[in-house]
Design a protein around this ligand. Sequence first.
Ligand code: HAM
Length: 443
Amino acid sequence: MTPRKVAIKKKAPTEENLFRIPRGMHDILPADQVWWERIDKTARELADFYNFQRIETPILEQVSLFERTVGGDTDIVQKEMYTLKTKGGDFLALRPEGTAPVMRAYLDHGLGSLGQPQKFFYQGPFFRHENPQAGRFRQFYQIGFEIIGGVNDPIYDAQVILIFDRLLKGLKIKNTILKVNSIGCKICRPNYKRQLANYYKRYEKDLCNNCLRRLKVNPLRLLDCKNQNCQPFKEKAPNLFDKICTSCGRHLRAVLEYLDELEIVYELDNTLVRGLDYYSQTVFEFYATDSNIGALPGGGRYDYLAEFLGSKATAAVGGATGVERLIEVMKTQEVKWPSRTPRKVFLVHVGDLAKKKSLKIVEELRSAGIPVGEALGKESVKAQLKQADKQGSVLAIIFGQKEIFEESVIIRDLRTGLQESVILSKMVFEIQKRLKERPVENK
Ligand code: HAM
């Protein structure tokens, strides 16, 4: 019997998954916008205050930009990039991180010829095809600060750490710890890596699969293993602090002295190595001790990154924090935020003709800088007043047939129930006056 060709059916979208958000992505609903707006505002104000200038790079970059800088053997490049081939033959990736793109832009636009160093600030979405879990999304937002150019001065490392410390404080996030380490330079690190690999080779048969892979491709990352069975090996591993060269040791000490001066508390952690290949010397991460969501801001020095891109050595240091993680911690810690601008004034219309004219009244109030609440789709006065009450409004502007003919409005103080008719041309003045006054109780 000749075998029949079996048509392979493509998996059709089912009713169930047709309208579901893709795995690992999340919507930012109106109720959460206050958190996002507050973080955005705090970050922008800090950037301005500390002279970091906003930079925006595209969502898509060449795949090779990340292969060369983040590292061909890292999880990000090996497993997590969303890539696509364009019709023109470009091989692009949805940016998994922001440092390489900012350096690409710095080199691309010759920003090295401006006053050095250049200080950059960015925020926006990044993409990694990771296993979604708490605090780990496939599309997530980062806020980043980078200092590029000039000399390798540890004061810049301290400045980057300082701005993240201030960001966390500005967001009222408590119980944070800062971990700092130095992973050395291209002179001392290869030696340490060799010693580390030789040490781990003795335990090869007991290591987890991830460690076995790291032993071959990037021994430094063995120190990052979270597997319970591998912890005893990590504890007895050769200590990075003892192996970095004199110059890296001096650099680390200087960074720590600046942090002492700033009274920023830190913990030296000789197992902190970070998951991207471009770092040298200082690396750091902030955590919230009452949350196991993972690192908040994280970063370090990356003096070799420009060289990886074929340019001359360029001193650079920076960091980035996940915004979703900040929000999660703020929610857990019940950080109190003033909600959005209260709509203290609410327009209530009575009847069709008033409805027609009411948009103009709302506009007049808005142009005078008075935020106005309204429920113009509702006809019943009771329903409109109920909404005013829900929004916490203190004054209702009542506007009906009689007021149209008299060119007036009624201003009712919702706290006292007192109301008064005022002529339209005086409306803004009368409202502003009442918003400043304390209410007089209705006896
Ligand atoms: P990173 O450690 O990969 O470093 O990411 C920085 C921060 O972004 C993390 O500490 C975390 O808060 C957040 N983050 C990372 N991945 C996710 C995810 N899948 N879901 C939610 N949040 C996430 C970098 O990206 C470097 N570019 C940081 C840097 C800037 N180094 C020097 N300059």
